[in-house]
Design a protein around this ligand. Structure first.
Ligand code: PLP
Length: 323
């Protein structure tokens, strides 16, 4: 339903219920700007300032990646005042995967709710959302779910919150029981799933590519087989980067497979080359990749449609540009 940011707002109306004592939101310093804006405006909506209510955790000085233990320490430090922890599943800039279960455990121990932005995680890494205990999550469908910019987004509410009558929620007729919806009564009977959070008719034209894409995911056996191929592709590209481009290009994405999906965030370190110049040359050579300010080229060998030969060719093209 909606877009990712809209869904974050709707889910925060339910899961961010600040009190006088417990009102802080923990995010990471380099959160995707829309998430930062959403959280800051929620805080203001509850008559608090971002300065007093936002706790932003950064990578350590000189480092790119977050340390899970730093996040957990900050959660504990602000424990009594913490209402919500909102973090990415896969970081959009670095490609780092955060340990959902450990963070959920820490947040719940502190008495806070916890939500995840899964824009770069859905369709990229296997996710066990119920098992991880996360309270809510939202994602878009226009990255690894192939559905086109602005396509209808998704959201998740943990089963343990379904059917609760003490939750606040913004409601509309698309969240009420399908059997009685068209009786046009004004009693809201929440659908006993995350659908209770739906407000409106879904945009059918936007849902069509999502359906087609999800059918393809199903046809190939879902995330299990895709991830198995992905792990081999990640290892292959890491190997080629070491073999062919060492000292000229480095990946800031964690190397360990437990901390990453198929995204590589590459930094050009070859003397005499600018990252932006190399990106433009890749683009001109027909490589579909992405520039993230200030200095990262994001590439993603996607197991659904990229081959090992694509990866080899990418490295050859990049080597050619840097030579
Ligand atoms: C990590 C992340 N969060 C939020 C958004 C915003 O998505 P939307 O425009 O659907 O609200 C994006 C979009 O690229 C994103 O990558």
């Amino acid at each position: 339903m909606n877009g990712l940011t809209v869904n974050l707002h709707l889910l925060m109306t339910t899961f961010y219920r600040p009190t006088q004592e417990r009102f802080k939101v923990l995010i990471e310093e380099h959160a995707f700007p829309s998430d930062h804006f959403a959280v800051a405006s929620q805080v203001r909506h509850h008559d608090r300032s971002a300065e007093e209510a936002l706790v932003a955790v950064s990578p350590r000085p000189g480092e790119d990646l977050l340390h899970a233990e730093d996040l957990i320490a900050a959660i504990a430090e602000h424990g009594d005042q913490l209402a919500l922890v909102l973090l990415p599943g896969v970081h959009y800039y670095t490609g780092q995967v955060l340990p959902l279960t450990d963070l959920v455990y820490a947040a719940h121990r502190a008495g806070a709710m916890v939500g995840f932005d899964l824009a770069h995680a859905v369709g990229n890494i296997p996710l066990g959302l119920h098992d991880s205990g996360v309270d809510f999550a939202a994602w878009c469908t226009y990255k690894y779910l192939n559905s086109g910019p602005g396509a209808t987004a998704g959201c998740f509410v943990n089963q343990r919150h379904l059917g609760r009558t003490d939750l606040n929620r913004f409601e509309g007729w698309w969240g009420t029981d399908k059997a009685t919806r068209f009786q046009m009564e004004t009693v809201f009977n929440p659908i006993p799933t995350v659908e209770a959070w739906q407000l409106s008719n879904p945009p059918v034209f936007s849902m069509a590519p999502i359906r087609a894409s999800l059918e393809v995911f199903e046809r190939v056996g879902g995330m299990g087989p895709l991830r198995r191929k992905s792990e081999q592709q990640i290892a292959y590209l890491d190997h080629l980067l070491d073999e062919v481009l060492k000292g000229r290009v480095e990946s800031i994405t964690p190397r360990s497979l437990t901390e990453r999906g198929c995204q590589f965030s590459l930094r050009v370190v070859a003397p005499g080359h600018s990252g932006r110049g190399v990106f433009d040359a890749l683009d001109a050579a027909g490589v579909a990749c992405d520039w993230r300010h200030p200095d990262v080229i994001r590439i993603a060998p996607v197991p659904l449609y990229n081959s090992f030969a694509d990866i080899h060719r990418f490295v050859q093209v990049l080597d050619g540009i840097l030579s």
